[in-house]
Design a protein around this ligand. Structure first.
Ligand SMILES: CC(C)(COP(=O)(O)OP(=O)(O)OC[C@H]1O[C@@H](n2cnc3c(N)ncnc32)[C@H](O)[C@@H]1OP(=O)(O)O)[C@@H](O)C(=O)NCCC(=O)NCCS
Length: 279
């Protein structure tokens, strides 16, 4: 299993028994229905995006992201992710788009399911919508046979670090100190698309606190500040520590920190360890 240590996660051994294609598809479908109901209970509709939604999604994209990042999603990307992927939107009772997740699958060896870009309107903050929606699109990928879910994330996007690493189950498999066009750094996030590799990778911060108190820094775990990109880059190039959780300033930690574990303990697939270089 491609998995963070049990000692820091919410863990249910039952999930490890869901292994046949039929059971995995049923799990994915049932969990999608549960998420649709939670979101309906908030007064929103979660539905598949259509091409007519492009301009409303684009407006929210430019409201929520720095122009360098927003401009990385062209109409052509949007077209492919809507028409041939499984992009979803959140619609309020006035049919206004208040959230979206550009999401699509690829035909590489992992059949990667990629979360291209997600945003939620600030008027709907505090309802865990990023966690719910990114889990939902990952489940569509699982249902379609994708084996790994991937996405990208800036190391100082604190709310997303918490939602995606701690609450959704991602870990940071790669780090790019500079992505052309974005003009800034990004982690590549991933988790395995089986029920156990997804749900058992969700972080329990009380367990992390205990782990930090009991184990050896520099050997069992490592802590690095989110805004120390030089050190993050050094760790990714010169050690096997990989970021698996986010520690928010004022809770557990006195700074916004990234918590890392050696990848040998997490059964990283070869594709997560590939040396990637731009240029
Ligand atoms: C990031 C974004 C999608 C999150 O939207 P959201 O689903 O409304 O997020 P929520 O308000 O529900 O997140 C709430 C969680 O964040 C936590 N949080 C809030 N402020 C935080 C902070 N400064 N640091 C860490 N965690 C924080 C809350 O404690 C809460 O955690 P809990 O659910 O475990 O209790 C949204 O803010 C957005 O669109 N931002 C701009 C675009 C962007 O960054 N997209 C993501 C790129 S990967």
């Amino acid at each position: 299993m491609f998995q963070k240590p049990k000692e820091i996660c919410h863990y249910s051994s039952d999930l490890e028994n869901i292994i046949t294609d039929v059971d995995i598809k049923n799990f994915a479908k049932n969990t999608q229905r549960e998420i649709e109901q939670i979101i309906a209970g908030l007064g929103l509709k979660l539905r598949r995006a259509e091409l007519k939604d492009h301009f409303a999604i684009n407006q929210l994209l430019f409201e929520r992201f720095h122009p360098n990042t927003a401009s990385q999603i062209s109409f052509y990307d949007s077209y492919r992710a809507i028409k041939h992927g499984y992009t979803v939107v959140l619609e309020d009772t006035q049919q206004k788009i208040v959230g979206y997740d550009y999401s699509l699958g690829y035909d590489d060896d992992d059949k990667t399911s990629f979360g291209l870009n997600i945003a939620i309107s600030p008027s709907w903050a505090g309802h865990k919508l990023q966690t719910l929606v990114s889990t939902y699109t990952s489940l569509i990928g699982m249902e379609r046979g994708s084996r790994i879910r991937r996405g990208i994330l800036h190391p100082s996007n604190y709310i997303s670090l918490h939602n995606l690493l701690n609450n959704t189950g991602f870990l940071c498999e790669q780090f790019f100190p500079h992505l052309p066009g974005f003009e800034s750094s990004r982690f590549i996030l991933s988790f395995g698309l089986t029920p156990a590799e997804m749900m058992n990778n969700r972080v329990n911060l009380d367990k992390v606190k205990h782990f930090i108190n009991e184990k050896k820094v520099g050997e069992d775990f490592y802590l690095v500040e989110c805004d120390n990109e030089e050190e993050i880059d050094y760790i990714y190039k010169n050690s096997s520590f990989r970021v698996v959780a986010f520690l928010q300033q004022g809770k557990i930690s006195d700074k916004n920190q990234l918590f890392a574990i050696p990848y040998e303990q997490m059964n990283f697939p070869d594709s997560s360890l590939e040396f990637l270089q731009i240029g």
